[in-house]
Design a protein around this ligand. Structure first.
Ligand SMILES: *Cc1c(COP(=O)(O)O)cnc(C)c1O
Length: 389
């Protein structure tokens, strides 16, 4: 089976994890800070907070922005459930903004329209979470302008987008947002096994997130609410979690980060290979906005319902039968049973639903061989060409 995504682990990666295992600290040692600083530096952000997953990063990012009961968080329906669940963890309500039919990212026009209505109804969101789907940045300038006008905070879910750029700057520089979050799950651009990281330029949000990842405990006398008992003192000043990343993960992440540019270039090369070789097939190929340089986490095509001899479901089965590990990103979050029980219905976000009905993610990972890509293209040609036509 050619997988849709796969991690790449080198001998250097293994050696760097082994070094940690032989060292004095396997968690909360020096590898964490080194990794945090390296990621922050690579995306021109002031602070990096490494945690156990992007999900936990989203959760503590929401808390740092003081999202709570009575507030609402808006995100894209075309994302992994974590982008919405983080708001529910905080007791906030969730709402969605439909996507742009070309980029599959949150539509800024739809956001503007929904904000106008929400302002009239007195129900403006506190936090908006744009998701850089497939590694292509959202229209962050447009979102920033709306954030300034309506006063909401912005968390970029850049789980797909470490190594991507927007208007010449790295995603994660937080020029247009308060906090940006990355995922290091094995299918993502670089991996720590499980892991995530939040970057921000705001020292207050950063110190709040450092505290929340470890139980809400501070050792900073300046933040303690009472006189310290002694030099051993720590005080829990709010309710936090154990969301720490360990040093083995951080060492792996640091080692992987050295290959970020090479990974993104190879992904781009493969994406361009698909772009060129899928011409002529009844597929909608991904659109790249000129303001963006994608990290090409996913290569998604839509089956053209009008002209393709088979629909997405049939194509998916045929490709899987040929050993091509295709996938589908994403089932719109609001159509999940849990979210429907909260009151959402099919039909609420028609652009995301129409996109989902036809979408299929083709294999794409840095160690994918050209011959594997040729096999994927040949299988697509076979499935999408009507015999005798
Ligand atoms: C993978 C992913 C997440 C969650 O990442 P974890 O590190 O697995 O918690 C969140 N949002 C998006 C868009 C993702 O793709």
């Amino acid at each position: 089976m050619i997988p849709y995504g796969r991690q790449d682990i080198t001998e250097e990666d293994i050696a760097s994890v082994v070094d940690v295992l032989r060292s004095d600290f396997i968690t909360q040692g020096p590898a964490i800070e080194r990794f945090e600083q390296a990621v922050a530096e690579c995306c021109n952000a002031a602070h990096g907070i490494a945690v156990s997953s992007a999900t936990s990063a989203l959760h503590i990012a929401c808390l740092a922005l003081e999202l709570g009961p009575g507030d609402s968080l808006w995100t894209s329906p075309n994302t992994f459930v974590a982008s919405a669940n983080c708001g529910l963890y905080c007791g906030a309500t969730i709402d969605f903004v439909d996507i742009d039919p070309r980029t599959y990212n949150m539509s800024v026009d739809a956001l503007a329209a929904k904000l106008t209505q929400a302002e009239a109804a007195g129900s403006l969101p506190k936090v908006v979470v744009p998701v850089h789907f497939s590694g292509q940045s959202c229209d962050m300038k447009g979102i920033r302008a709306l954030a300034d006008r309506y006063g909401f905070k912005v968390i970029e879910d850049a789980s797909h987008a470490i190594g991507a750029r927007y208007l010449g700057e790295p995603v994660g520089c937080c020029r247009y947002s308060d906090i940006t979050v990355f995922s290091f799950h094995p299918v993502k651009i670089i991996t720590t096994g499980e892991g995530g990281l939040a970057v921000t330029n705001d020292p207050i949000f950063a110190s709040r997130m450092y505290r929340l990842r470890t139980h809400g405990i501070t050792r900073d006398p300046g933040l303690m609410q009472e006189q310290a008992d002694g030099p051993w003192s720590y005080q829990q000043i709010e309710l936090g979690f154990n969301y720490r990343m360990n040093d083995m993960q951080a060492a792996l992440g640091y080692s992987q980060l050295q290959r970020l540019d090479a990974y993104v270039s190879r992904r781009r090369e493969l994406a361009e290979g698909y772009d060129a070789q899928l011409i002529g097939l009844p597929l909608v190929r991904p659109f790249q906005h000129p303001d963006t340089d994608s990290s090409h986490h996913l290569y998604v095509v839509q089956v053209d319902q009008g002209t393709a001899p088979v629909g997405r479901g049939m194509l998916f089965n045929q490709l899987r039968e040929c050993g091509i590990g295709v996938n589908v990103h994403y089932i719109p979050v609001h159509t999940q049973p849990y979210y429907r029980a909260l009151g959402f219905r099919r039909g609420d976000y028609p652009v995301a639903e129409r996109y989902y009905a036809n979408a299929i993610s083709l294999p794409l990972f840095p160690k994918m061989e050209d011959t594997q890509q040729d096999a994927v293209i040949a299988a697509l040609e076979h499935a999408l060409t009507v015999p005798g036509k």
